[in-house]
Design a protein around this ligand. Structure first.
Ligand SMILES: C[S@@+](CC[C@H](N)C(=O)[O-])C[C@H]1O[C@@H](n2cnc3c(N)ncnc32)[C@H](O)[C@@H]1O
Length: 276
């Protein structure tokens, strides 16, 4: 988008937004100059950023497909991002056309683009809501009309937790969501890590996001990401793998060695079931 195009209400093109930065990295056009500047800064600190983004998208697509193949029919995709190729509903409904998918994001541009894309797609809806407000997100009229909370739900938080600082207790927030879901529900989560990365690179990335609408970015070591899955049963990420977190590209990979790239190692992910 150019800055001359009509700017939707609630959207400030001068403040970089994680959704629009990510859209640019994935090759989309729903972004402004301020977003592209941050993304190009990111590329300097992290030359493999496009690979990282697609490794993460691969995790999202393979995991939701796996869940649909294992009978899950409801998905709440929090921090869904701007629509791109093979979105959650595309991957899920290719397996289960009757599945329901709610997209939620705190960037209002996501609801605008997603609503236009989803026009006429049964079983889908998009809302503007903040992960840090579980009552508002789960209690939204569109959520309540689409999702049956007496049946299992997959909660997606894919490359979102690193936008939530420790002070907002992202671990407690995830627990509050999972407490509202019945046994047999799933958590699908990925997040950027500080492991294996040079401190200067991580500092540069932190610096770039301080002026974004998220106010910062919070990559975490593996042990802090493992805490999101406390009380849940992690699914082995690929055949023969232990039931634990893996790098983005490895989840569901037919050839995990081939999927193990520098870009993929920027983050960990897992899928876990609520027991009972
Ligand atoms: C890197 S994108 C990830 C998009 C998609 N989940 C994926 O992995 O392909 C992160 C998304 O999280 C959204 N986000 C960040 N903080 C959020 C919050 N507190 N509540 C809801 N969405 C949030 C951003 O607007 C952005 O769209």
């Amino acid at each position: 988008m150019s800055n001359n195009e009509q700017i939707p209400p609630g959207v400030d093109p001068t403040v970089p937004s994680p959704a629009r930065i990510y859209d640019y990295i994935l090759g989309g056009t729903a972004n402004y100059e301020a977003d592209r500047e941050v993304a190009e800064g990111l590329r300097k600190a992290m030359p493999e950023m496009v690979d990282t983004a697609w490794a993460n998208r691969g995790f999202l697509q393979r995991s939701v497909r796996w869940l649909a193949e294992h009978g899950v029919r409801q998905f709440i995709d929090v921090g869904a991002g701007l629509p791109t190729g093979n979105n959650t509903h595309d991957a899920v409904q290719a397996v289960a056309p009757d599945a329901r998918i709610l997209y939620a994001d705190n960037d209002p541009l996501v609801e605008i683009h997603a609503t236009a894309l989803l026009d006429g797609v049964p079983g889908t809806a998009a809302i503007t809501a903040d992960f840090r407000d579980p009552d508002g997100l789960l209690g939204h009229a569109k959520t309540r009309s689409l999702i049956d909370f007496t049946r299992p739900v997959a909660l997606l938080l894919v490359t979102v937790p690193h936008f939530v600082p420790d002070e907002d207790d992202p671990w407690g927030l995830v627990r509050r969501y999972m407490d509202r879901l019945v046994p047999g529900s799933y958590l699908v989560l990925s997040s950027v890590t500080t492991d294996r990365q040079m401190d200067e690179k991580v500092d540069d990335i932190r610096g770039l996001f301080t002026r974004s609408s998220a106010g910062g970015v919070h990559p975490r070591p593996r042990a802090e990401l493992e805490r999101f899955f406390t009380g849940l049963e992690i699914v082995p990420p690929y055949e023969g793998a232990p039931a634990e977190l893996c790098y983005f590209g490895e989840w569901g990979a037919e050839d995990p060695e081939a999927a193990d790239s520098d870009g993929s190692r920027w983050g960990y992910c897992a899928v876990a079931r609520k027991p009972g």
